[in-house]
Design a protein around this ligand. Structure first.
Ligand SMILES: Cc1ncc(COP(=O)(O)O)c(C=O)c1O
Length: 359
């Protein structure tokens, strides 16, 4: 039996993908061995790798100006890799909208002049900056933002205006959840384990003209230029993770591409926010309405005791992974691409029943 998995990551994967992994696991395409056992320099893995890159680019509408890299170390390694590759002697501007963007900034100041130009601390990170509300001075080496704040449940619904500087985005928790305007983005990075596949690989899109910024003395596996020159095969890539990411990308293409993904995600989020808003204050959302995340819906109950009871009872109904991040508490329902609408409907039904019996 499969549960309704609202976990924030590693997160639920499409069932057809898991079934395909199972069916191919022992004997990959008649090779007599698993893809897990195949050389990363051989033709089988080569085809997997190339197809994953091509499918990602196709989903993004071509992405002709960007290199796709598969890197190690999670999104957190990118907090350092970005300034190591791009900062140089200039300065970078950071928009801080939650703990993950704080950490990105904390890493960047170790490498040079990284400045926080906006933060949402005063309002307890309940929002992202409104479109047009910040003026960014020209001349930054890059401007960094976090498109979806996994812990607080806020999300940008516009692309910030970087005043000509390349945007760098931590898209770990909403990549491929909707169509994406790549043009203003110099770098996009995302740990795969939420919307793209299993943990173990980080997808990095780097605009080609930025590759020349990578200093030649960087560790090779952290250098965008060195990784791009070797098509991410500088060292042994996480072959299994890339293989599963490839299957997820293929699945997304076959199920209608990013417009269709967007429509499904919007519907799921609307249903859950409607349930919260219709609960007469029993369930209280953390995010301000215009910053609400479609990916991570965070809310509170009247008190912490009820929250504990809610989470325990939810598990009894096979609704799992709903505990808020340990730093903030409360409830968080992660509605990533692969979560079915029926899971959201099951959660809403449970919420209504819980309120009726504990209200
Ligand atoms: C927005 C965001 N950035 C970065 C990270 C850290 O990712 P990783 O564990 O891949 O380093 C997370 C993890 O949840 C995240 O949600």
């Amino acid at each position: 039996m499969r549960v309704h998995n609202f976990g924030p990551g590693p997160a639920t994967l499409p069932l057809p993908v898991l079934e395909q992994v199972r069916s191919e696991l022992l004997d990959y395409h008649g090779s007599g061995m698993s893809i897990l056992e195949s050389s990363h320099r051989g033709p089988r893995y080569d085809a997997v790798h190339r197809r994953a890159v091509a499918d990602l680019k196709a989903l993004l509408g071509g992405a002709d100006d960007h290199e796709v890299l598969f890197m190690g170390g999670g999104a957190r390694t990118q907090f350092s890799a970005v300034p190591m590759n791009l900062l140089g002697a200039g300065h970078a501007d950071y928009l801080t909208t939650g703990r993950w963007s704080e950490m990105a900034l904390e890493a960047a100041v170790r490498y040079g002049d990284a400045r926080e130009i906006w933060n949402g601390r005063e309002s307890d990170y309940d929002r992202v900056p409104e479109a047009g509300s910040i003026e960014i001075e020209p001349g930054a080496a890059y401007v960094h933002y976090t498109s979806n704040n996994t812990i607080r449940g806020t999300q940008y619904h516009h692309v910030p205006d970087a005043n000509g500087a390349p945007l760098v985005c931590d898209m770990s928790s909403d990549i491929l959840s909707r169509p994406l305007d790549l043009a203003p983005h110099g770098v996009i990075y995302a740990g795969a384990q939420k919307n793209l596949g299993p943990a173990g690989v980080t997808v990095v899109l780097v605009r080609e003209d930025l590759l020349e910024r990578s200093p030649s003395d960087l560790p090779e596996t952290l250098s965008y230029a060195a990784m791009a020159a070797k098509n991410s095969l500088l060292n042994t890539p996480p072959v299994f993770a890339v293989y599963v990411v490839g299957l997820v990308l293929k699945f997304l293409r076959e199920s209608g591409g990013l417009e269709a993904v967007r429509a499904r995600n919007l519907r799921k989020a609307e249903l859950l926010y409607q349930a919260i808003d219709g609960s007469e204050g029993y369930y209280r959302g953390h995010a301000r309405k215009n910053s609400r995340s479609w990916m991570n819906v965070t809310f509170r109950l009247p008190d912490e005791q009820l929250e504990r009871a809610f989470l325990t009872a939810a598990e009894g109904h096979h609704l799992v992974g709903l505990k808020g991040h340990r730093s903030v508490g409360g409830v968080r329902a992660s509605l990533y691409n692969s979560l079915e609408r029926s899971s959201v409907e099951a959660l809403i039904e449970f919420m209504s029943e819980f309120q009726r019996t504990h209200g």
